[in-house]
Design a protein around this ligand. Structure first.
Ligand SMILES: Cc1cc2nc3c(=O)[nH]c(=O)nc-3n(C[C@H](O)[C@H](O)[C@H](O)COP(=O)(O)OP(=O)(O)OC[C@H]3O[C@@H](n4cnc5c(N)ncnc54)[C@H](O)[C@@H]3O)c2cc1C
Length: 455
């Protein structure tokens, strides 16, 4: 039982988003009388499934500013903690077989605005004297901006594992990966020191009467009293909204990844996080393809598949593991505490990823038995922007709908939510991340019609 009779703030959810919100409430505003409520242990649900990649690429200036701010804050944590979060920076390599990249360049201009002319660097000769190759993993000393490579010799020399048909690489430099788990633990240790309290229990309802009463089941505490509430319930943020009569435009799509020991050394350890942008037909044998086409349930696997397959070395330069992912599922589903993995996903993502890195074919029907297959929900709005700010009744806030970018944006969204809760000054993009954006029809129409920033 908590000794506190009433908290200043109760945060529902101790994934990375709830934890980061509490961290910035304490650190920036001195608010430490915080209850962190979760049905289970911290960082156990979606936040345990993250690919843990970060980047500042986005086709909208507000999202570029937001992710840049988040990365600034991640750098601050890396600096203060002796890089406990294992932040590295080899960038994101967006790869295509197209030579005409007008649309990709136009998206870069949309995001970078007036800065684009100084941040985009084109390399069309093999020597590329101004291109800083991603040799070292360190996050410090890497140029900002984007290198665009269109010389075949340069591409082969820098990315030797890629297929020979690759024509263009858009190398986003402010990107890499971190340990999201370590970030969460670092923040939790700070929260413990300043006196924030963790409470185990499933939120069943919320009443408003001289502040808020959060009813819990499954733990020792039955009711938590608080002046303010933050909804950071990840895939269940919609359900928490409903408890307060607020309908949040959030839907969930289930996405999966695999990780395995690259015993064949198929992928160079210094390969940046690579995304094959091009759609494809998966590399099945003729016989397999025919069998798939005959089965209505599996036919789609033999037809055109979307692009954006992810591949990166995992565990640093001295490690041997790989991570592969492919967020091809767009089917919204209601979040479940026990989502089902798709049995054939490992072979699907492997075959898809082998198109960019053909040496992965060594694992066809032969993935190591120790392979880890996992998944979680992208909780997202239709336009793929987050929902941060006031949520319905006075004193209730949300930090939700962080889709597939919540690990990288946790610091920025935590800082922003804390500023809303404390009534502090807000950054220029704040209102557009809140429910207020839905009042601006023209803005919403533009967001819905354009690229949603999903990689
Ligand atoms: C496969 C996959 C890959 C991803 N890759 C990346 C990536 O590379 N980079 C990146 O930045 N992001 C990535 N993401 C996104 C990122 O993981 C999420 O955006 C982030 O983890 C969301 O954190 P959260 O705290 O909002 O949610 P969660 O971690 O799900 O936390 C919500 C918490 O709320 C609790 N809760 C909910 N309802 C209740 C209730 N009624 N009572 C009590 N507790 C409740 C849950 O138990 C849970 O602990 C990926 C996501 C997936 C699924």
């Amino acid at each position: 039982m908590s000794p506190h009779s009433k908290f200043d703030v109760a945060i529902i959810g101790t994934g990375i988003i709830g934890i980061s919100t509490a961290y910035y409430l304490a650190k920036n505003h001195g608010i430490t009388n915080i209850a962190l409520i979760d049905r289970s242990q911290p960082m156990e649900f979606t936040s345990a499934q993250s690919g843990e990649n970060y980047r500042n690429w986005w086709p909208h200036p507000e999202m570029v500013d937001f992710t840049n701010r988040s990365i600034d804050l991640l750098e601050e944590v890396a600096r203060d903690s002796g890089n406990r979060i294992n932040m590295n920076r080899r960038g994101y390599a967006l790869v295509t077989r197209n030579t005409n990249i007008d649309e990709l360049v136009s998206q870069l201009h949309d995001g970078l605005g007036d800065s684009a002319s100084s941040l985009l660097r084109y390399h069309s000769d093999a020597a590329a004297p101004t291109y800083q190759r991603p040799i070292k993993p360190d996050w410090e000393g890497v140029p900002d901006g984007v290198d665009i490579l269109q010389n075949q010799d340069l591409i082969r020399a820098t990315f030797p594992s890629y297929a020979q048909d690759v024509q263009t690489i858009i190398h986003i430099r402010r990107g890499g990966d971190i340990s999201g788990q370590q970030l969460g633990m670092y923040m939790l240790e700070y929260l413990k020191e300043v006196g924030a309290v963790r409470i185990i229990g499933t939120v069943e309802g919320i009443d408003q009467n001289d502040g808020y009463q959060v009813a819990l089941s499954g733990g020792d505490t039955k009711v938590v009293h608080a002046d303010k509430i933050v909804n950071a319930a990840g895939p269940f943020a919609k359900e928490i909204g409903e408890m307060l009569g607020v309908s949040l435009p959030i839907r969930c799509t289930f996405q999966q990844k695999i990780a395995f020991d690259d015993r064949e050394n198929a992928i160079p350890r210094d390969m940046p996080f690579s995304i094959d942008l091009d759609g494809q037909k998966i590399d099945w044998t003729d016989e397999e393809r025919e069998m798939l086409l005959e089965e209505p349930e599996f036919r789609w696997l033999a037809e055109d598949m979307p692009g954006c397959i992810h591949c990166r070395p995992d565990g640093g330069d001295g490690g041997t593991w790989l991570k592969l992912g492919w967020a091809f599922n767009h089917e919204p589903s209601r979040a479940s505490w026990t989502p089902e993995l798709m049995d054939n996903f490992p072979e699907i993502v492997l075959r898809g990823a082998a198109r960019l890195n053909p040496s992965l074919k060594a694992y066809y029907d032969n993935l190591p038995r120790t392979m880890h297959h996992y998944g979680g929900y992208y909780a997202m709005t239709e336009e793929n922007w987050p929902l941060i700010g006031q949520m319905g009744p006075e004193g209730v806030f949300m930090n939700a709908a962080l889709s597939g970018y919540g690990t990288m944006a946790a610091t920025g969204s935590g800082e922003l939510t804390a500023a809303w809760v404390a009534g502090a000054e807000l950054p220029s993009y704040a209102r557009k991340f809140s429910m207020q954006r839905y009042d601006d029809d023209a803005f919403m129409a533009k967001l819905r019609a354009g690229n949603r920033g999903i990689l």
